[in-house]
Design a protein around this ligand. Structure first.
Ligand code: RIB
Ligand code: CA
Length: 314
């Protein structure tokens, strides 16, 4: 079996593509999924996960209900314009309450069970931050964290300076960056370049390994990015790029820096690292140094993604 992964996501389109990649790869073994608010409300992300697991015949994977709201106490903003009304583009998954959702704290026995567990967090960081507040010693058991979030010295996607996962709960993002050791962080600097073109979508669809990719990537998500980022050749799969790093870290160039997140004001959600030649670490409040991905090897990203999604060699 592959690398054991506990997955936290706000399961909309690119989270689903990340889970499909993991399902089709024999190098990744997802042992639990925490469904959180984010792209759409938590009830819908949980329903989407259970729909997906049924589609791929993996209803044995436990699904835990995560946070419904950010630590800021605000009512969350959702993004049906990007991810479709239910979070899966044109797909309307049946409402399915069987098997029932596990209690969130069922993540603890999973964390205790595996010695080499990694956490992949590709949505808001509220649920993950909660674990650092309640169970700091248990979190020391986690081998590494793979987190999608931030935009370093480049434009954001929900505000001029902030990326959506950091912006929606900057308090939680700050807690994770402050207390997690060994974070591999995948900001827009790399994920915005992890593009799936319409040609790739059609080829994947023709090979028949997953009939979900085409509906997921042909409508809302693709059209949203065409409007928002004219000239982009397709759909950026932020969360799939992040989970691919678990088995293909060589796809990325990393820069080591502590990370802080602005929590308020016009720059709310801004990710701050020290990209100067030399830096004083105490300026970051004793935060640990994290690995921030700053460059994607697109050629090999394309190859690995297409190999897993089609079964062909590239
Ligand atoms: O900014 C992109 C991120 O926000 C992705 O994880 C997407 O799924 C949304 O959660
Ligand atoms: Ca996500």
């Amino acid at each position: 079996m592959g690398q054991k992964v506990l997955f936290f996501g706000d399961v909309g389109i690119d989270d689903t593509i990340a889970l499909l990649y993991a399902y089709l790869s024999n190098e990744i073994d997802v042992i639990g999924i925490v469904a959180c608010y984010g792209n759409v409300p938590k009830q819908q992300t949980a329903n989407n996960v259970r729909y997906l697991l049924k589609e791929v015949g993996r209803t044995d994977i436990p699904v835990m209900g995560g946070a419904e709201k950010p630590m800021t106490g605000e009512v969350p903003v959702f993004y049906p314009d990007v991810h479709g009304p239910e979070g899966l583009g044109p797909i309307t998954p049946p409402t399915n309450h069987s098997p029932p959702l596990e209690n969130f704290f069922q993540v603890i026995p999973l964390i205790e069970k595996y010695d080499d567990l990694v956490i992949v967090n590709v949505g808001r960081m509220t649920s993950l931050a909660t674990l650092f507040l309640l169970y700091p010693e248990k979190m020391e058991r986690i081998n590494a964290f793979y987190v999608m979030g931030g935009a370093f010295n480049v434009p954001g996607n929900v505000t001029p300076s902030a990326e959506a996962n950091f912006h929606a709960d900057p308090v939680a993002a700050n807690i994770v960056m402050r207390y997690a050791q060994n974070v591999n962080l995948f900001p827009l600097n790399v994920t915005q370049s992890a593009i799936i073109t319409p040609g790739m979508v059609d080829y994947i669809d023709s090979k028949g390994k997953s009939d979900l990719i085409k509906p997921l990537l042909d409508y809302y998500y693709f059209e949203f990015y065409q409007k928002k980022v004219p000239g982009l050749g397709g759909s950026p799969v932020h969360d799939a790029a992040t989970i691919m790093a678990v088995v293909h870290p060589e796809l990325f160039t990393f820069f080591e820096t502590p990370v802080a997140v602005e929590i308020d004001g016009v720059a709310r959600g801004l990710s701050i690292g020290d990209f100067r030649q030399s830096f004083e670490q105490e300026e970051f409040d004793g935060r640990p140094v994290q690995n921030v991905a700053i460059k994607l090897d697109y050629f090999n990203f394309y190859r690995y993604f297409m190999e897993i999604m089609t079964g062909d060699s590239f």
